[in-house]
Design a protein around this ligand. Sequence first.
Ligand code: CUA
Length: 181
Amino acid sequence: MSAEEAAARVEQRWAVVSISIIAMMVFLATFAGVHQATMPQPRLELADPRTLHIEGEFIESNLGSALEPDGSVTVRILGQQYSFTPQCIVVPTNTLVTFRAASADVVHGFLIQNTNVNLMLVPGYVSSLSARFTKPAGSHMPCHEYCGTGHEGMWANVHVIDKAEFLALARQQRRVSCVAK
Ligand code: CUA
């Protein structure tokens, strides 16, 4: 075999490897998009950071977990330098849980560890994502976008509790959270 033939064969082999890698990445991106429905937000919802605290969906009395008439749960959370409100979040197992969060100042991260819930809170917009939790667990929810000198101290806790237990709490409180009263 001449040196040219050997080089051509190595080139060919490399082309097959690189095309396979690209094909695998396209497959994985398609799988994640279609099967796990990780799509870009279909619409933009606005939330003015200057008035979040005084009117609309994200006023303090409206934050926390709310049981909806259709049996799903909506969790409303406000992020600000350097905390989340509420700082302790309760959600039920085996229920569609929709997180709706907004930032009152700068960009913050919203990540529930060991789950697929991972969002950015961008001032001016509502960030929303739905999830289902299968078993009771406790997770940390750290801010994962650098947001200032107090960034590393910005986090919340998420408690996934049994559905029946959650429903009992929801009967007593309009908004459920595990923030100590
Ligand atoms: Cu908020 Cu980092």
